[in-house]
Design a binder for this molecule. Structure first.
Ligand SMILES: *Cc1c(COP(=O)(O)O)cnc(C)c1O
Length: 381
């Protein structure tokens, strides 16, 4: 509550609704821009947000440049061109697709539409925080199941918890963030079958482009699932904010009642559409990311550190304890390197490092080595 001093003016600011006033002032992420300001730096080596170090595909850049002068006009609120192309790609109808300002936006829609205040959502403790941010923000109740000790997602335990709590929503990121773990097509299919009949699965496939299509569920519309994809990771368009979900037509119609109409910019729609026309560029990114993961695994091994198996564009390195991992994130930041770390046990002794370019990886390797050596000297003295 803020007070104002001028006389004759209200003493207190107007209250938010009780539900919003009661919310904790949490943010899912502190941005690298803010971390840079805190560290007194103008920029950082950005290896903390799983953005693409390989940039947008050239045709996407070209299409966005061409669209720039038309920025005085709103974008198509139905994103028709993009939805038609995506539908052809996923063997569905455009009526099965909602385009949004990234998966983060679509996660808010699904929670708002399907999880009333007090209803239960089930997810993995420490998995993607923006989902939980929406669950809390819309007044729903979050129930969680921890990761297994090896960093994998415990699918049977998630399904069991959904039954116990009569969950409306279950959230699964596959491949997962922050662990990098991946559940096979078969494991996910059995998981879907094990869920309560009236539970909706939010299947976040933000990293789906880093695994082979044959490893993901087939492109069939399943009434129990809302699948989410993004242009932010392999497609290198995180700053353009474009994602989409694939769902039954009725779900898409439900989202159409509440989604914002004009929040996916014209330039972003044009960029995403053109990016779909760059399969070779994307395949190269995916291959380079696989090489980068091996580089990080080799680097960790040189210092007798283990990594979690990852099918994404990042790798978690075991630093030994929560305290050491937190100190490492801070020490790297002081050296101009931005990484993040999983927040919840059993993964909170790891740091999570995004695959950068070959050059970024070398710079990270140097900073990592220096930081470890400094920590060892400190421990000895
Ligand atoms: C990066 C990420 C997102 C965010 O995607 P946007 O489309 O940029 O909003 C969503 N889910 C997971 C698991 C992610 O890692």
């Amino acid at each position: 509550m803020s007070e104002r001093r001028e006389s004759g003016v209200r003493e207190r600011s107007i209250e938010a609704t009780p539900a919003i006033a009661a919310l904790p002032a949490i943010r899912p992420f502190v941005a690298p821009e803010e971390l840079a300001r805190r560290a007194g730096r103008t920029d950082l080596l950005r290896l903390g947000a799983n953005e693409s170090a390989f940039g947008p595909p050239p045709r996407a850049l070209e299409a966005m440049r061409a669209e720039l002068p038309r920025t005085s006009y709103y974008g198509d609120p139905e994103s028709v061109a993009l939805r038609e192309t995506l539908a052809a790609r996923h063997a569905c109808s455009p009526d099965n697709i909602t385009v949004g300002a990234g998966i983060d936006d679509l996660l808010g829609l699904v929670v708002r539409a399907y999880c009333a205040p007090g209803d239960v959502s089930v997810s993995t403790l420490g998995s993607y925080p923006t989902y939980i941010y929406h669950v809390i923000g819309y007044g729903a109740r979050s129930e969680t199941v921890p990761y297994a000790a090896d960093g994998s997602v415990q699918l049977p335990a998630l399904a069991a918890r959904a039954h116990e709590t009569r969950a409306r929503l279950v959230y699964l990121a596959n491949p997962d963030n922050p662990s990098g773990a991946f559940a096979s097509r078969r494991a996910v299919a059995s998981f879907v079958d094990a869920l309560p009949a009236d539970t909706l699965l939010v299947l976040d496939e933000a990293y789906g482009d880093f695994v082979d299509r044959s490893e993901l569920l087939p492109d069939t519309i399943d009434p129990r699932i809302v699948r989410m994809r993004t242009f932010s990771k392999a497609y290198g368009l995180a700053g353009a904010r474009v994602g989409y979900c694939i769902a039954p037509r009725e779900t898409i119609e439900t989202f159409a009642k509440i989604r914002l109409q004009f929040h996916v910019a014209r330039i972003s729609q044009a960029g995403a559409l053109a990016a779909l026309d760059e399969p070779d560029f994307i395949a190269n990114v995916v291959a380079e990311v696989a090489r980068g993961r091996s580089d990080y695994e080799a680097l960790a091994a040189r210092f007798a550190r283990t990594t979690l198996p990852s099918r994404t564009n990042f790798v978690c390195i075991d630093i030994g304890s929560r305290e050491r991992a937190e100190a490492m994130v801070e020490a790297l930041l002081q050296r101009g390197v931005f990484v993040r770390k999983p927040g919840a046990p059993p993964l909170d002794g790891h740091i999570r490092v995004t695959v950068g370019t070959a050059d970024d990886r070398l710079r990270f390797g140097e900073a990592f080595a220096e930081t470890l050596l400094a920590a060892q000297r400190h421990a000895r003295s």
